[in-house]
Design a protein around this ligand. Structure first.
Ligand SMILES: *Cc1c(COP(=O)(O)O)cnc(C)c1O
Ligand code: SF4
Length: 352
């Protein structure tokens, strides 16, 4: 059966043969708590006969989502603490996050904003009519803001008309030099990355950059490649961000293939995020030690072009911390140790 509309309920998933009827019934409880959506494109990427399918794991709901651990937080990265007005997060001086929409074409089961995104939001802000104007006023009155990061939700869900309105309105502010769009659209609904949308986000007086969220090389097939090509051919730099996810990409072969595939598609690996403490996502989390080991293996095996920065958000709104182990240890005044690819430490003397 070829799907033409998104799958939004456990029944839809059963109809499409992606879960059993019994499982669909049990999953109603998850559906009542967290939004479900798979685009037809994502549904087609899933192999229903593979119980460990890495695409299915990311988008098909799981009963374990109902188990919330004490350390898990509704707002794991502490957005609310740094939100001067609804939809805006200003934690770092030179840049703001602007959440114009709180809907996505898909709902990732590990989403760090899962309590805020969805057709019916459980907490968090609505897409208010004055949001763009209010955000614009705030940004205009803060000359230290150099970059605006459109996030959400997925801002590529905006119509080209609304995307252009947002981009032009913010690019018109003198001190705003960079407009960055965080999106999953090129991999989950590639056709929506249309020439009209691309032209809409390209503006004269600011530089447009796209950061693509993808977690497994199978997300980067020919249709996604075509969407990425349209962006890059239009002169827009594309970077990646991925989330380290148990059973999806927490083995070196998959992680390496993912990073190589990004580079082959002219996408510069940017961040590998340690999975956040979002409610009901413990089954996706790896240990920090495992993440570090993977980063060391990746460094040893792959081109420098294929290296993302491994980061972990400090719960409570204290921003991202660098998570990879350093190859430099300061031993004493003027004396350091440097570690090579095999793990051997070498002395390094400074004579200053
Ligand atoms: C991650 C994040 C950013 C962007 O950080 P970069 O390191 O520039 O990619 C900006 N603001 C907030 C609140 C963030 O969490
Ligand atoms: S696309 Fe991003 S914001 Fe939307 S559900 Fe996935 S991780 Fe969350």
């Amino acid at each position: 059966m070829t799907e033409l509309t998104p799958l939004r309920t456990p029944d839809d998933l059963a109809e499409a043969g992606l879960v059993s009827r019994e499982d669909a019934h049990a999953l109603e409880a998850v559906s009542a708590r967290y939004a479900i959506s798979l685009t037809p494109h994502v549904a087609r990427l899933i192999d229903p006969n593979d119980p460990n399918d890495p695409i299915a794991k990311q988008f098909i709901p799981d009963l374990r989502e109902l188990e919330t651990r004490p350390e898990e937080l509704a707002d794991p990265i502490g957005d609310a603490k740094h939100s001067p007005l609804p939809g805006l997060v200003h934690r770092h001086k030179d840049r703001v996050l602007l959440k114009l929409v709180n809907v996505c074409p898909v709902y990732c089961r590990f989403c760090f904003r899962r309590e805020m995104v969805g057709p019916v939001q459980i907490t968090g802000q609505a897409s208010e009519p004055n949001l763009l104007q209010d955000a614009r006023d705030y940004i205009e009155s803060h000359p230290e803001i150099w970059e605006v990061i459109f996030t959400g939700g997925d801002p590529f869900i905006l119509s080209p008309r609304r995307a252009r309105e947002a981009a032009e309105s913010l690019a018109a502010i003198d001190h705003v030099k960079i407009l960055r769009w965080h999106t999953r659209m090129p991999v989950v609904d590639p056709e929506r990355v249309s020439d009209a949308l691309i032209q809409a986000i390209k503006v004269k007086s600011a530089t447009t950059i796209v950061v693509l969220h993808a977690n497994h090389p199978r997300e980067l097939g020919p249709e996604a490649q075509a969407a990425i090509d349209r962006l890059v051919d239009a002169g827009i730099p594309v970077l990646s961000q991925s989330v380290l996810l148990k059973g999806v990409n927490d083995d070196i072969a998959t992680l390496e293939a993912l990073m190589r595939r990004f580079v082959e598609l002219r996408v510069k690996p940017y961040y590998l995020h340690h999975a956040d403490l979002a409610p009901g996502t413990a089954h996706f989390r790896t240990s920090l030690e495992k993440g570090r080991e993977l980063m060391r293996d990746l460094r040893a095996r792959a081109s420098g072009l294929a290296q993302p920065t491994y980061v972990v958000d400090i719960p409570g709104g204290y921003a991202k911390a660098l998570a990879a182990a350093s190859d430099l240890a300061l031993v004493a005044n003027g004396l350091a140790q440097l570690r090579d690819g095999e793990g051997t430490w070498h002395s390094y003397e400074e004579d200053l």
